[in-house]
Design a binder for this molecule. Structure first.
Ligand SMILES: NC(=O)c1ccc[n+]([C@@H]2O[C@H](COP(=O)([O-])OP(=O)(O)OC[C@H]3O[C@@H](n4cnc5c(N)ncnc54)[C@H](O)[C@@H]3O)[C@@H](O)[C@H]2O)c1
Ligand SMILES: [Zn+2]
Length: 349
């Protein structure tokens, strides 16, 4: 077992525990009247363990996936919590991926103005990213994560054995964020580059989780409210979001890998950077992604994303791009310049 505490300047603390067989140890973190929240896939796979861990608890199971990260699901969950008679001291225990964590965290913050929240992440993306930082959200009016709060969970129990049932597509999602972290953390980058086994090897991936957790925890504890340093975690994501919006079949992870690839290329054009390192970072992205950068009309995605934006007055796009090992920089480009550069990069590939 490996345990650490995230303390934020907002004086909230979150205990992060890396533990095999986490569900079996859950009871001691959840008080006397917990309520569990999960999704249908996780419940189908882990129902026995959840019910054994919380034998007297009632719960609510949502339909799986981002499409259900909605006000309707939030209110159904809150209704189930009220129906079960939860009190201020009852803990809400979310077992699932980032969708369950984001929704559960929001519900726990709203119910009676806040009850304890415990998260057991079950996807690689949630293990390395979503579980840390206290961001909660639902999608609203067609905009991802439009409603949400920042409130730290009481505890996060990370158990890599959940990865063994995770489809490859979901592993790619986690790997996208791991590569993003590797662009900020040289030791992680070196580990990924020097590993000559498959990058989907579950033992290898499990071994990467603590380093990712600590990186995110460190960034979050310095910037709990997303005012500055935490923006580094948007690395590659501006272009990734543009691709994701218009290439609906691609997973978030594929889009992040493509976003990092293209934004590395932008760094080479506009900033002082280490070209040799960036080429290695791009090669790493392409070792994981099943989609090559040339397959995506990225300039059109960027143009459509601009037209879709609610607030384009600044006329510029802001990017966090990788530059040198462990370093990134803010790059602001006028929209036309950004779109033209992406088109030129793609045609030169
Ligand atoms: N709060 C944050 O800081 C933060 C950070 C990054 C992402 N997010 C959010 O996280 C969400 C994405 O998270 P995600 O990728 O975990 O998605 P997800 O929660 O939808 O899970 C992906 C799929 O995997 C299934 N699943 C979960 N665990 C499984 C397991 N062990 N075995 C088999 N199947 C399993 C789920 O049912 C779902 O179908 C997005 O909504 C995103 O906005 C939040
Ligand atoms: Zn992401």
């Amino acid at each position: 077992m490996n345990e650490f505490v995230i303390k934020t300047s907002t004086r909230e603390t979150c205990t992060v525990i890396l533990q095999e067989n986490a569900l079996a140890h859950l009871a001691k973190h959840v008080g006397t009247s917990p309520f569990y929240f999960t999704d249908e896939n996780v419940f189908r796979l882990y129902r026995t363990q959840i019910e054994k861990a919380l034998p007297t608890a009632q719960g609510y199971t949502m339909s799986a996936g981002e499409a259900f990260k909605t006000p309707e699901t939030l209110f159904k969950l809150l209704e189930a919590m009220a129906g079960a008679g939860l009190t201020k001291r009852s803990a809400l225990v979310a077992v699932g991926g980032g969708v369950v964590g984001d929704l559960g965290g929001l519900a726990a913050g709203l119910y009676m103005r806040g009850i304890p929240f415990v998260f057991v992440p079950t996807t690689l993306l949630a293990d390395v990213d979503a579980a840390i930082g206290g961001k909660t959200a639902i999608d609203f009016c067609g905009v991802k994560n439009l409603l949400g709060t920042i409130r730290q969970p009481r505890a996060v129990l990370v158990d890599s054995s959940f990865l063994c049932t995770l489809p490859r597509r979901e592993l790619v999602c986690g790997l996208g964020e791991i590569v993003k972290h590797a662009a900020l953390l040289p030791s992680l980058f070196n580990r990924l580059c020097s590993w000559d086994g498959g990058l989907f090897d579950l033992d290898f991936l499990a071994g990467l989780i603590p380093e990712n957790l600590r990186l995110k925890a460190e960034i979050v504890s310095h910037d709990p409210t997303d005012a500055g340093l935490r923006k580094r975690l948007n690395l590659g994501h501006t272009t990734a979001h543009a691709i994701e919006l218009f290439k609906c079949g691609l997973s978030h992870g594929e889009c992040v890998l493509l976003g990092i690839f293209y934004e590395a290329e932008l760094a080479k054009r506009y900033l002082d950077c280490d070209g040799e390192y960036l080429a290695r970072l791009q090669a790493l992205c392409m070792r994981i992604s099943e989609v090559g950068p040339k397959e995506i009309d990225v300039a059109s995605c960027a143009r459509l994303a601009r037209l879709d934006k609610k607030n384009p007055e600044s006329g510029k796009v802001a990017l966090v791009v990788p530059t040198k090992k462990g370093e990134c920089a803010m790059l602001e480009l006028p929209f036309e310049e950004y779109e033209g550069a992406l088109a030129a990069i793609r045609s030169a590939l």
